[in-house]
Design a protein around this ligand. Structure first.
Ligand SMILES: Cc1cc2nc3c(=O)[nH]c(=O)nc-3n(C[C@H](O)[C@H](O)[C@H](O)COP(=O)(O)OP(=O)(O)OC[C@H]3O[C@@H](n4cnc5c(N)ncnc54)[C@H](O)[C@@H]3O)c2cc1C
Length: 396
C-alpha cells in the first residue's frame, strides 16, 4: 500500500485547490473522489458561480474576494481560458441603500469605497437604459460594481484537476471513502467502498455536504441544505447578454433571489435562491425542485424580470450547501485526531474564494495558520448561533 504525505478526500473546489498547493509545497499528495471529477452532484459542479466582493459589513470577506479576483484573472491567463467572466455585479434594492447603511447593499457600498473602489449609483433611467430586462420601477435603488462576475465552476474544477495531475498529484476517481482507520489518535489509513485502502501521513477531509456523514462528531456544526437552481431559455436572448445584463441580486437579504447573464456556451439564464434551504441527507434524500419552487420563481420574474417570466425552465437542480451553523467556512485540525484536517462548510458562498482557498487550507493542514483562517477554526455553537452571511435570506 503506497504511503502519501497527504490524502485529500473529495475533489470539489476545497479539495482540489488544497491538493495543488500541497503538491507545489513538495508534499506527495493523492485525491480520492467517487465516480468522476468534477462529480455531477458536487456543489462545485455547475455552469456558473457568483464572484462578488459585496459582503455587507463583513470587510474581511470583501478583502478575501478582492484578492481572489486577482487570482481569477491570473488563472484566466495561466490556463489561457476564460473561466472567470468579469461582467460586474448589480445590487437591486427595494430601499434607498444610503438611507439604510446597515443593509446588505448599504454596508457593501460603504466597504467598497473604504477599499478604494467607486461603485456606480444607477438612477431609474440609468437602469432602464443599461439593463432593460429588469422592471426598473420595482426598485428604489441600484448599485453596480464592475469588479465582479461569475466563474464557470465545473470547468474550473476540471482545469484544476488536469493541472493537479500535471504537478504529480495522484488523482483517484471511482474511490468513495467509507472509513478512517485510527490508531493512537491518528488516522493511519482510509478504506473505500470500492475495496481499496490508502495510507498517508495526514488526511484532509474535503467532502462538502457529505463531511458530517464521514465524521459524525461534526453533525452539530455542519449540515447539508438543498437550494433551488433554475436554467431558463430566454425567448429574447439579446436582452440577457453582458454587458446589457449582469450578475445581480434582487433585494437578496430579504428574498434570496440572484442570477446571471446569458451563459455563453449553454445559452441559458441561471436564476437561483440563496435562502434557508431544506435540510437533506445527501446519501438518501431526493434532491428535487418542486412545483412550489417554480411558482415562486415565476412570481419573482413576473414582477422583476418580465421579459423572462414566461420563458421555459429547461433545467432545475437542488444543490447542497455544506452549511455551518454560522455560515463561516470550517477549516481546522481535528481536536483529537492529530493528522486529520477538515476543510468544508462553504455554506453557499465558498466557490468564489477558490484562488485563495488552496493556500489557506494548506497552511492549516501543515500545522500553520493563515491571515484569514482564524474564524474557520473548530468551534462550538449553541442555540443562539445564527447565520451571519449578510447576503443570505434567513426568513423568520
Ligand atoms: C445552489 C448553490 C449555489 C451556489 N452559488 C455559489 C455562488 O454563486 N458563489 C460562490 O462563491 N459559492 C456558491 N456556492 C457554494 C459553493 O458551491 C461551495 O461552497 C463549494 O463549491 C464547496 O466546495 P467543496 O469542495 O467543499 O464541496 P463539493 O464541491 O461538494 O465537493 C465535495 C467533493 O467530495 C466528494 N465526496 C463526497 N463524499 C466522498 C467520499 N465518501 N469519499 C471521497 N470523496 C467524497 C464529492 O464527490 C465531491 O466531489 C453555491 C452552492 C450551491 C449548492
Amino acid at each position: 500500500m503506497k504511503q502519501y504525505d497527504f490524502l485529500v478526500v473529495g475533489a470539489g473546489i476545497f479539495g482540489i485547490t488544497a491538493a495543488i498547493e500541497l503538491q507545489k509545497r513538495g508534499h506527495q499528495t493523492a485525491v480520492l473522489n467517487p465516480d468522476t471529477i468534477p462529480h455531477p452532484m458536487a456543489a462545485s459542479t455547475d455552469i456558473s458561480k457568483v464572484v462578488r466582493m459585496e459582503y455587507g459589513a463583513d470587510f474581511e470577506y470583501m478583502e478575501m474576494v478582492d484578492a481572489a479576483i486577482d487570482g481569477w484573472h491570473a488563472w484566466n491567463d495561466f490556463f489561457e481560458d476564460k473561466l472567470y467572466h468579469e461582467t460586474g455585479f448589480l445590487m437591486l434594492c427595494k430601499q434607498n441603500a444610503s438611507d439604510d447603511p446597515e443593509s446588505f447593499e448599504g454596508a457593501s457600498t460603504r466597504n467598497l469605497i473604504r477599499l478604494g473602489y467607486q461603485p456606480e449609483r444607477l438612477s431609474r433611467q440609468d437602469l432602464e437604459r443599461r439593463f432593460p430586462a429588469f422592471a426598473a420601477a420595482a426598485y428604489t435603488d441600484a448599485i453596480f460594481n464592475p469588479r465582479a462576475g461569475y466563474a464557470e465552476s465545473g470547468r474550473v474544477v476540471q482545469r484544476l484537476t488536469d493541472y493537479a495531475r500535471q504537478l504529480g498529484v495522484e488523482v483517484w476517481q471511482q474511490q468513495t471513502v467509507r472509513l478512517f482507520e485510527k490508531t493512537n489518535g491518528r488516522v493511519t489509513a482510509v478504506q473505500t467502498r470500492e475495496g481499496a485502502r490508502f495510507a498517508a501521513g495526514a488526511v484532509l477531509l474535503c467532502a462538502g455536504a457529505y463531511t458530517p456523514y464521514l465524521l459524525p462528531e461534526l453533525k452539530p456544526a455542519l449540515r447539508a441544505t438543498g437550494h433551488p437552481v433554475f436554467h431558463l431559455q430566454p425567448d429574447r436572448p439579446e436582452l440577457f447578454r453582458a454587458p446589457g445584463f449582469s450578475v445581480f441580486t434582487s433585494d437578496i437579504s430579504h428574498t434570496g433571489w440572484y442570477g446571471f447573464p446569458l451563459h455563453p456556451a449553454e445559452n441559458v439564464v441561471k436564476i437561483a435562491n440563496h435562502g434557508v434551504g431544506i435540510e437533506l441527507d445527501p446519501e438518501h434524500d431526493e434532491r428535487v425542485v418542486g412545483a412550489d419552487d417554480v411558482a415562486a420563481l415565476r412570481t419573482f420574474l413576473a414582477e422583476h424580470i418580465p421579459a423572462l417570466a414566461n420563458d421555459p425552465v429547461v433545467f432545475t437542480r437542488r444543490c447542497l450547501y455544506s452549511d455551518t451553523r454560522d455560515g463561516h467556512f470550517w477549516i481546522d485540525r481535528h481536536p483529537e485526531l492529530e493528522n486529520l484536517i477538515v476543510a468544508a462548510g462553504g455554506s453557499g458562498h465558498g466557490f468564489k474564494m477558490a484562488p485563495v482557498l488552496g493556500a489557506m487550507i494548506a497552511d492549516v493542514a501543515t500545522g500553520g495558520a493563515h491571515k484569514w483562517s482564524d474564524r474557520y477554526r473548530w468551534r462550538q455553537f449553541d442555540a443562539a448561533t445564527r447565520q451571519v452571511e449578510e447576503a443570505r435570506f434567513k426568513a423568520g
